[in-house]
Write a protein that binds this ligand. Structure first.
Ligand SMILES: NC(=O)c1ccc[n+]([C@@H]2O[C@H](COP(=O)([O-])OP(=O)(O)OC[C@H]3O[C@@H](n4cnc5c(N)ncnc54)[C@H](O)[C@@H]3O)[C@@H](O)[C@H]2O)c1
Length: 254
């Protein structure tokens, strides 16, 4: 397919989820060869079906647990085996555990760090030599508004710690990658409709309070985050690196 990512090989993690599925569809429609994964086999498969039905190119491993080094290695091997390289690494998959400080268990904190920080470190480290070889590597890490502000209405100590790390890791990847023409940027979405936020949005009072804190008075759509990622992945962003782009209806600016 022709498009803004024509011929590029893009690893996108968590392609069974809300933003991951949109990303796979959009990147493939823009000409990327997509390598996806998810530990939800059914949702992972659904995404591949949709991409292929739309005429795009994609392979995917599901179920695959990316939380450990061997999962990351298996995904990279699949990408190299199928397409021979990596130009774009889109670290989207994550999972967090929420609880107030006295109730947050040591295990839940560790699990959140593994699922939001280690998951990026492992795959990025393994992809690094391939991104160097690409000569035009782009890494996109999905952080969160939780990296930039406290969430007083939610027990989010682990999530805030982890997503803060994603923003600072992204800057460091950008600094170390510059000489290799590897760009790295993070995106900090606000509250976006997905399986993870559906639980909270069942409470109309929670949603109403949240929406009031935005310049644009609604929850975001996964496609609005993917629009930003597409720009950062493409050559249109050739001089954009080390940035954290907020896609949050203005909530962090209020
Ligand atoms: N939805 C929001 O409001 C919001 C806000 C800010 C940031 N984010 C971030 O956006 C990204 C995408 O989230 P989403 O809203 O699409 O959520 P989602 O739950 O719909 O998608 C995440 C996907 O990642 C997969 N995944 C998680 N851990 C995995 C692992 N170890 N191995 C393989 N697959 C794994 C899940 O199975 C899921 O399909 C995440 O990094 C999330 O933290 C979301």
């Amino acid at each position: 397919m022709d498009g803004r990512l024509k011929g590029k090989i893009a690893i996108i993690t968590g392609t069974g989820g809300a933003m991951g599925q949109q990303a796979a569809l959009r990147f493939a429609a823009e000409g990327a060869k997509v390598v996806g994964c998810d530990y939800n086999a059914e949702k992972g498969e659904e995404t591949v079906r949709k991409v292929l039905a739309a005429g795009g190119e994609m392979i995917s491993l599901h179920p695959l647990d990316l939380g450990y080094e061997d999962g990351a290695r298996t995904l990279l091997d699949a990408a190299i085996g199928a397409y021979g390289g990596v130009d774009i690494l889109y670290n989207n998959a994550a999972m967090a555990w929420f609880d107030w400080v006295p109730d947050m268990s040591f295990k839940a904190f560790d699990d959140t760090m593994r699922e939001e920080v280690d998951i990026i470190f492992h795959l990025t480290k393994l992809c690094w030599p391939h991104l160097i070889r690409s000569g035009r590597g782009s890494i996109i890490n999905i952080a969160s508004g939780a990296a930039l502000m406290a969430l007083p209405e939610q027990g989010a100590i682990a999530h805030c710690a982890a997503k803060g790390a994603v923003v600072s890791m992204s800057r460091q990847y950008a600094a170390e990658g510059g000489v290799h023409n590897i760009r790295c940027n993070s995106i900090s979405p606000g509250v976006i409709a997905s399986a993870q936020t559906a639980v909270f949005m069942k409470d109309p009072a929670w949603t109403e309070k949240l929406v009031a804190k935005r310049m644009i008075k609604r929850i975001g759509d996964p496609a609005e985050v993917v629009n930003a990622a597409l720009f950062l992945a493409s050559d249109e962003a050739s001089y954009v690196t080390g940035a954290n782009l907020c896609v949050d209806g203005g909530s962090t600016a209020m």
